[in-house]
Design a binder for this molecule. Sequence first.
Ligand code: HEC
Ligand code: HEC
Length: 321
Amino acid sequence: MSGNKRIDQPTGTETVGHEWDGIEELNTPLPRWWLWSFYACIAFAIGYCFLYPSVPGANGATGGLFKWSSRDQLQKELNARDAELNQVRQALVAADIHKLEGNEQLMQEAIAGGSAAFKVYCVQCHGAGAAGSKGYPNLNDDDWLWGGDLATIEKTITDGVRQPNHVETRYSQMPAFGKDGLLQPAQIEDVTSFVRVISHQEKPSASSRRGQPIFEANCAICHGPEGHGDRMQGAPNLADAIWLYGGDRASISQTIANSRFGVMPAWGLRLDKATIRMLAAYVHSLGGGEAMPAAEMAADMTAADVGAAQEGPVEEGNVGE
Ligand code: HEC
Ligand code: HEC
């Protein structure tokens, strides 16, 4: 290698003076377009530094002439979304629940909001897909303990089931027939057989025939003469294949002997009305939602209309029941 610069004859370009075994390095100038883009980038960077936050300092970066910050930007977007949501919430609370299903767009917004709220408040008990588990009902099917129309679902969510110290809560209590000595163990076995027969899990037997009158005397008042259940009391249908606590012999006789006492929190004590309405819309949309019963609807609407005329805005709680 030598330090001698010279002009390379064939190209007419200056060399940088490096040479390896006769191969020399030429000092080819940068193309113009490249240089100009390079200068443009520098100019842009300087301009950017003046306009936007850039140079880091002890208390954060320099602010820039535009006073822009990513935090403000996010806040602005959040505020816009909040305003949008607030409109939906207000519209939901103002809406007559009996006419809500007619308002498809509001219903869609409500279902979306309800789906999000469900993930926060309900999945612990009802499961991520609302499919439930032992003691916690599946909310996807059309088998309802208390009822599956929008207003009834809203009432259940608002006031809960067997929520202690809450007068409005849905309440019923199946007696503990074994524990409280209302039935003898043999009678419990027989009535268990009968329940297994009406749910098509066993063939009629001597035991189930003995169980039938026991059922009629002790159980029909809540579960109905054919075991189809009673929504007024949240008494499950015993004649279908859907079980809250289990349909095998052991689970059924357990239920009869000791009773159960499923508690569903009264969400009206914790969540605002719009959120509850969203949750009701979501649960209603899961597959088992029922139409509002026509007669009740008419009665409710007159009651609601009278109420609205007297008190102005609809009050918290108790809508539709
Ligand atoms: C602590 C557990 C728990 C949580 C949390 C919970 N539930 Fe329940 N839920 C229950 C139980 C238990 C029942 C059944 C009560 C009964 O025996 O009647 C129930 C029943 C219901 C019913 C009535 C179903 C029917 O067949 O009539 C609805 C609707 C419902 N839950 C919705 C919700 C919603 C919406 C949320 C979230 C805001 C929620 N639940 C959170 C335990 C829970
Ligand atoms: C006062 C009303 C009432 C009476 C009387 C009653 N039950 Fe119940 N039963 C209920 C309620 C309410 C439930 C739901 C239990 C819960 O979640 O706490 C239930 C639940 C059950 C279940 C569980 C169903 C499931 O899906 O897992 C069985 C089985 C049952 N009852 C059988 C009987 C039999 C048999 C009798 C008579 C010996 C009887 N019940 C009497 C109200 C009643």
